[in-house]
Design a protein around this ligand. Structure first.
Ligand code: ZN
Ligand code: ZN
Length: 278
């Protein structure tokens, strides 16, 4: 079975702590053939890329990402593990539409293998994580989040769209509520068709299986809808922020893809998709 974890974070992410080498060793132990390291490149309004306004939880100071150091070390690690583990230079590019020039410059400055396009922050550069879910209408929030995803799909450069049900994770963790996805079917169809027509895809983010929501992002029903819209490009990612999470639920994820009607898992080299039979 060909296992490829396509969403992982190292100490180069503001919320990560693991050395790249520790991650690769864990990937080998977990039986992976590939790992894509996709540290956060959240884009903020009015800043150049790499400048984050989030805080380093360990020291409380504003976090500035060491982008050059990350990709230099990652290229060295990739070469060192060649023949044993395919290490891919990735990025989780957050809300690139808020500063398209910064996002474009980042993508032209580095030769990446793979880019996840995610939305974490919406108005006022605020991460959905920080919303007060007691005061938020979950259904309206998800509707608004889908508009942000659609804008990203319409205007930005990335390979697969990350965790498309991201707000639902926090909605459940803070309030215990789940919302029906039926009312969003039309919007999701348009979003999926936009991705399919432009040769891009989505990820199956399995991190939620280890969290209280006990559900992948997106859940099975949306995998089926994506497939119905002609979706074929799909990666599986643990969204690991700790080494021991690398490779988790890979087999379960592949089983879900088969059940949803997919025949291939997607991996990337130099931003070009390659297909591995499931
Ligand atoms: Zn993310
Ligand atoms: Zn992530």
């Amino acid at each position: 079975m060909y296992l490829a974890d396509y969403h992982t974070h190292s100490r180069y992410s503001f919320d990560g702590s693991e050395e790249l080498e520790t991650m690769c060793e864990q990937a080998l132990r977990a039986g992976l053939s590939e790992i894509a390291v996709t540290d956060h490149m959240d884009i903020y309004t009015g800043f150049g890329y790499g400048r984050m306004i989030d805080y380093d939880v360990t020291c409380g100071r504003p976090w500035v990402m060491q982008v050059k150091e990350l990709y230099e070390e990652l290229a060295e690690i990739r070469d060192r593990y060649a023949g044993r583990l395919k290490v891919k230079l990735g990025s989780e590019l957050g809300q690139p539409q808020v500063n398209p020039a910064a996002a474009r410059k980042f993508l032209s400055d580095y030769q990446l293998d793979f880019v996840i396009g995610s939305v974490h922050n919406m108005e006022h550069d605020l991460d959905v994580y920080y919303y007060d879910f007691d005061k938020v209408d979950g259904a309206a929030l998800f509707d608004h989040y889908l508009d942000w995803l659609q804008e990203m799909a319409d205007t930005c450069d990335f390979d697969v769209m990350g965790h498309i049900t991201y707000p639902l994770r926090y909605l459940f963790e803070r309030t215990g509520k789940r919302i029906s996805l039926e009312p969003y079917e039309e919007k999701l169809r348009i979003l999926f068709q936009t991705l399919v027509k432009s040769g891009r895809g989505i990820e199956l983010n399995v991190s939620g299986l280890a969290k209280p929501m006990q559900e992948t992002l997106p859940p099975f029903s949306l995998l089926c809808l994506y497939r119905e819209c002609g979706g074929e490009i799909i990666t599986i990612g643990s969204d690991a922020h700790k080494a021991q999470q690398i490779g988790m639920f890979q087999k379960e994820g592949q089983q879900m893809l088969r059940e949803a009607g997919f025949s291939y898992l997607t991996v990337y080299t130099g931003r070009k998709p390659e297909f591995v039979r499931l």
